[in-house]
Every structure is written in structure tokens, then in C-alpha cells.
Ligand binder design. Structure first.
Ligand SMILES: [Zn+2]
Length: 250
């Protein structure tokens, strides 16, 4: 191998090693003339994804979420005490959703903010923690104009892999404040209503209908029971899909 080849290989290996943190060039070199305009601002997140950490302490969760070897993070972490930590700038892409899909888009991390609640998945969420979450959501909704339907759980966007936040998460309370959708005891669904189409209309990936249905029941019926969709689910799905449609109408 020539010295030149060796140098090229070493440079390529270095670039590969630095790939995760190297800044992106403003344009692909050689493709376009860089002709900068001053008329821009930062891209805005349009979705909020809520998680529980599955850990016993905020200190442990902070360790995991900042460990380069784990390659996971979130924009915010809220401890059981209600203390709020910010780990990633809101304009940056935190690694919280993983392989995911919502409302027609696979790259959930690129358009969302991730919020972790320190909770082991079997316990109720503490009141100070939820109070801090509500304050944070109010701020985010106001600044980014995020619609109510776009506050979802990790299980909603990754139903094959994830089951957080758990059935203890207060979705109904949050929806009453404008963060997420909710329907209480809706009338029976129309006979022609297709529940799979309803799941898709809400935003779920129906590539695995059973997984999507399980995530739907975890969120909107607050149960881990992985039963098939029943009449109550059909009625809820139609009510929620209508809610989402009417909120999206001009
Ligand atoms: Zn999660």
C-alpha cells in the first residue's frame, strides 16, 4: 500500500470514528453554490413523546441517559421529586424514540421532543413529578404550537418494542389540559367503522395491528391486557379519530 493510500485510509477511519459528533456541512460540497439568506430560524419540533425510565432513581437514569456507550438520551428528565433536568438542547435531535413511526413518518426523533419521567413502570407517578410535567408541557405547547393530538407515549410510536409510559400514566388528566386526546364513554361506533383504519387515523403504525392495538389499549384504556379490540375500543377509536379530525380542521 502506498503512503498516500495509507493516509487516505487513516483519514477515512478518523472521519468514521468522529461521524457521530462531526458538524454537518451547510451544503453537500460541489453540488450547489452556497448563497446564504438571513431569513430563517431553527426547525420546530411538532411532537412530544413521553417515557418512563424504568429506573429506581434519577441519578441512575441520568447516568444511563448521558453514557456515550448506551446511545440513548432525552431532552428532559423529571425526577420523582419534581426536579426538572434538561439533557439536550431542544433544537437538537435527542435519541429517545429509537426505531419508531407516527402519523406517516418513521424518523420520530427528528421531529419530536423526548421527556423521561423517572419511574420504575410499576408505581404511580408522583404528584410533584406530574405538576412539573404539566408546567413543562404548557411551555412547550405555547412555544411550538403543538396540537393536542401530538402528545403521545413511547409505546404509541414504537408498539412492537415499548410499553412506556405505563398504565399508571395520567393520560386523562393531561388530555383535560390539552396534552393528548381522550374520550370518555363514547356512543357505539358506526357498524361500518373499521378499527384498523381508526388506529391509522390516530397515527399508529398498523404494520403489526396486534402491537398497535395493545399500545392503543395501554394509552386509552390504561390496561396491559393484550386482548383483541372489542366494541368499547371501536367506539373509542372512532371518537378519538373524530376528535383529531375536528381539531385539525381549519
Ligand atoms: Zn421510552
Amino acid at each position: 500500500m502506498t503512503f498516500r493510500r495509507q493516509a487516505q485510509r487513516a483519514a477515512a477511519a478518523l472521519l468514521l470514528a468522529l461521524g457521530a459528533c462531526a458538524p454537518l456541512a451547510p451544503q453537500p460540497p460541489g453540488r450547489a453554490e452556497w448563497y446564504p439568506s438571513p431569513n430563517f430560524d431553527t426547525r420546530r419540533p411538532t411532537l412530544v413523546v413521553l417515557h418512563h425510565t424504568g429506573s429506581d432513581s434519577a441519578a441512575h437514569a441520568l447516568g444511563v441517559l448521558t453514557d456515550p456507550a448506551r446511545e440513548v438520551s432525552a431532552h428532559y428528565l423529571i425526577a420523582r421529586s419534581g426536579k426538572l433536568y434538561q439533557l439536550v438542547d431542544e433544537t437538537r435531535r435527542a435519541w429517545h424514540a429509537g426505531v419508531s413511526w407516527w402519523d406517516g413518518s418513521a424518523d420520530v426523533n427528528s421531529r419530536s421532543l423526548g421527556i423521561e419521567l423517572d419511574n420504575d413502570g410499576t408505581e404511580p407517578f408522583s404528584e410533584p413529578q406530574i405538576a412539573t410535567l404539566i408546567e413543562l408541557l404548557a411551555d412547550l405547547k405555547l412555544r411550538y404550537l403543538i396540537p393536542a393530538a401530538n402528545f403521545v407515549g413511547h409505546a404509541d410510536v414504537a408498539p412492537r418494542r415499548k410499553a412506556d409510559p405505563s398504565r399508571h400514566f395520567p393520560w386523562r388528566r393531561l388530555a383535560s389540559l390539552g396534552y393528548g386526546l381522550w374520550c370518555d364513554a363514547p356512543p357505539a361506533a358506526d357498524l361500518a367503522f373499521d378499527p384498523e383504519a381508526g388506529l391509522r387515523a390516530l397515527g399508529y403504525d398498523t404494520g403489526d395491528v396486534d402491537a398497535a392495538a395493545h399500545a392503543f389499549r395501554l394509552h386509552y384504556r390504561q390496561t396491559d391486557d393484550a386482548a383483541d379490540l372489542d366494541e368499547t375500543d371501536r367506539a373509542l377509536l372512532q371518537c378519538l379519530a373524530n376528535q383529531k379530525n375536528s381539531a385539525a380542521a381549519p
